[in-house]
Ligand binder design. Sequence first.
Ligand code: PMT
Length: 411
Amino acid sequence: MLEGKTVVLGVSGGIAAYKAPEIVRALRREGARVRVVLTRAAREFVTPLALQTVSGEPVATDLFDLTQESEIGHIDLADTADVVLIAPATANAIAKAAVGMADDLLTTVLLATRAPVVVAPAMNVHMYENALVRENLARLVKHGWTVVEPDEGALACGYEGPGRLPDADVLVEAVGSAVAPDDLEGEAVLVTAGPTRESLDPVRFLSNRSSGKMGFAVARAAARRGARVVLVAGPCGLPDPRGIETVRVETAEEMAVAVRRRSRSATVVVAAAAVADYRPAKRETQKSAKKKGAMRLALEPTPDVVASAVVRKPGRLVVGFAAETTDVEERAKAKLERKALDLIVANDVSAEGAGFDVDTNVVTLVSRAGSEALPLLSKDRVADAILDRIAALRVRPSKKRVARTKKRRAR
Ligand code: PMT
């Protein structure tokens, strides 16, 4: 997600500063180069040595240190940043940023950079709810900064409420959004993900190996690129992605109902779910007892969600997946026609590192215009490749949208 990007991580002096090494590691896992700026107060909670070790870069702490200024000067930090993340951001750091102060290295970098800035406040709940802090954050938002709301829960000060620094993954996602293109702004993307479960009785069901990872990656990537996203997810262990309306369903029938309702307002539908094709013809109300000999199970077809539940309308793009083990492309092409899709993602689920319950995938994008085979990629990158195609297939954006996007980028 952050391949080739430089993130300047500003760490200010709150107890959550001890989480900074974990944030650095999470950013680096996504391919970012991370340059850390520590305030004087932050050094009370985390050492430059720890951050230098995990980032593999010298850590900047002092505006007036001659060696540091010649090697990692504030203008160099400001200029090389693709994005600046302040995590944790204390009430003091937020206040100084909001009035444009430049009395230390971090605040100076913030004034000098032209990169987008993401702020993750973390502090005592009463401080966070203080009207002055709220006003300062609102001012930063007004100037185009992104504020990642803190999590609620038990705080280090003994109080409960909003004020906890969110998990590193949430911060990485916010950084990813700040550097992603806004090419899906104005789009409403509906994504299906995960398996469905079709009950035999109160304790048994038919299902498949889908983990939801592929569909969730598409939903997150679309949100990063500016789309409003609704995710309809079958039973899987993944948490609801932040900022994405997530509708949990269990059966193919429930998925069809959710999709029928939600697709009316969608401009793009991406069906990555592995929906069961059949369900037990009869669902027992009590647990069936084991009997002697073989058991026969009568199955009936489920509704085809993408073919029949997606409400069709001119201009609405419908993208499906095809999980295959043989004749992958031909079968995918047949599904493209049979299900009246605009694009299908042919997924050879027998290939090494591809398909169900892994973090990578190998797919071919198949449309009526031709096919494009992609190499083994992370599911996040596959999601972006699918969305690149979708963005290219969308009608030319309006002049108003282009102007809005340019204005946003200029900030
Ligand atoms: O979830 P992961 O572990 O990350 O795995 C990812 C994946 C392998 C599930 C994903 O990449 C994938 O291939 N999804 C489609 C799986 C599938 O059910 O393929 P299919 O060929 O059976 O279905 C074709 C299309 O019709 C799909 O878009 C499917 O969502 C849709 N379908 C199928 C049956 C049905 N009753 N209703 C449907 O809408």
